[in-house]
Each structure stands twice: as C-alpha cells, then as structure tokens.
Design a protein around this ligand. Structure first.
Ligand code: UTP
Length: 224
C-alpha cells in the first residue's frame, strides 16, 4: 500500500518526546519492510506555536509567522531523517516533487511544512494526492474524531466511522489562522474528499495504533 502517516506535533513535540520519535522511526521502517511505500509528515506542535508567538512579538506578518512554524516542523523531520539513516531520504524534502522523487528511490519520506497558510494536515493530504495514497493515518493527541472537542467537553463521544459527507461541521471555522488546532484541517479534508482517500485518525501516543490502522483493524475513527 501507499501510506501517508501524519504524525501530530501535539504527539511528538508538545513537549519533545525522543522515545516516541524513536518508536515512530522504527514503525516507519517496519512499514517499509512490510513492502509499503511510506511518507510521513510531522508537525511542529507547541514549539511551532511558541515560535509563531515570538515572530508575532517581533512584528512579523502572518506568512512569516507561518514560516517560523514550518522551520520547527522541518527540524523535527530532520531528526527523523537522521534517525532513519539509509532508509530515509538523507534530507527533508521541501516540495512535493522532491518528496515524490525520494519515495520513488525506495526511501522513506519524512517532511514538515511546505508553505504558509496551511497546516501539515494539508501537506499530508497533498502528498497523499501526489502519490495516490491508499491510506492516510493521522496520529493525533486524541482517540479519534469526537462529536465535540473532547478536551473541552466531558460528554463528547468518539465516532468510529464517518462519511466525508458528515464532515461539514469541521468546516464551521475554516478560516486559516496561524496555530490552528483542529482534529483535521478543513483544507486537508477538501483534498481527501475529492480523492476519496481513506483516513484513519488514531491516538498517536500509542504508535502501534498506526500499525492497526494499516492492517485494517478497528481503531480510532475511519473516514471514507
Ligand atoms: P502543524 O501542522 O505543524 O501543527 O501546524 P501540529 O502541531 O502538527 O498539529 P496537531 O495539533 O498535532 O494536529 C502548526 C502551524 O504551522 C504553520 C501554520 O501556522 C500552522 O497552523 N504551517 C505548518 C504552515 O503555515 N504551513 C505548513 O505547511 C505547515
């Protein structure tokens, strides 16, 4: 299968967690060993948001604040690339074409942000579109998609399966703002919906959930 793994910054970066980064690197290697083509996109988490704040305090505009966050995500992608060694691309791709080329050389792609005005969810969706991925797994900091934000509402219920048509509520606040934190960026959903790409949102604090999603086992929330 062609798989895009979107590793939430909220999982590996907030705060930076070397144990989890290491486990994800091993997981990506496992997937490659199993014969899958794997592209991972890592986010910048709380650290990216700290840099967005600093950039704001420096009077920098929205695009420049976004660039600060993009560089944070790329720094974590770089750690992955170094940890992956020969299995990785040797560098963090900064365009979809570069990422595609690396994948076609039989390597594991790990990238961060691409350009201002989006999140790494959108990057993952674009990468999925580019490689015609069979599956996008989002390793998030919650157990899946809920009826409401589970961090704010005790009565929020996890949804096991969703159709793309049910996702309109995700678009309620779809205006991009630096640091936007949603379970799935609406821009990403638009791309994934167009391609009808299967998405599974899982709790990323247990990396084995990603393997379960790849095996097609019941975990997190499946959107199709
Ligand atoms: P991320 O996509 O890095 O967030 O976006 P994250 O921490 O992984 O998210 P979750 O919470 O775990 O899902 C952080 C910010 O970085 C900028 C945007 O400001 C975004 O809100 N960014 C990121 C871009 O502008 N372009 C990109 O391609 C990526």
């Amino acid at each position: 299968m062609k798989i895009v793994v979107r590793v939430g910054g909220s999982v590996i970066v907030s705060p930076p967690n070397s144990t989890l980064i290491s486990r994800y690197a091993d997981l990506l290697k496992d997937l490659k060993r199993q014969g899958h083509e794997v592209a991972a996109v890592v986010g910048g988490g709380a650290l990216a948001r700290d840099f967005i704040k600093i950039a704001g305090e420096l009077g920098l505009d929205e695009a420049k604040r976004d660039w600060a966050a993009i560089h944070v995500s790329r720094l974590f992608a770089q750690l992955f690339v170094m940890r992956l060694g020969e299995d990785g691309c040797g560098a963090v791709p900064v365009s979809l074409d570069e990422a595609f080329g690396c994948l076609k050389r039989g390597k594991i792609v790990v990238m961060g942000g691409l350009k201002p005005g989006m999140t790494t969810d959108a990057v993952a969706a674009m990468m999925g579109e580019k490689i015609e991925a069979d599956l996008l797994v989002k390793a998030s900091d919650v157990d899946g998609v809920f009826t409401k934000d589970p961090k704010k509402h005790l009565d929020a219920k996890k949804i096991d399966e969703l159709g793309f048509d049910d996702l309109s509520w995700l678009f309620e606040e779809n205006k991009h703002k630096a640091g936007i934190h949603q379970i799935l960026d609406p821009e990403a959903v638009k791309i994934l919906e167009k391609r009808r790409m299967r998405i599974v949102v899982v709790n990323g604090f247990k990396p084995e959930n990603v393997l379960l999603a790849v095996k097609g086992e019941k975990v997190g929330t499946t959107i199709r």
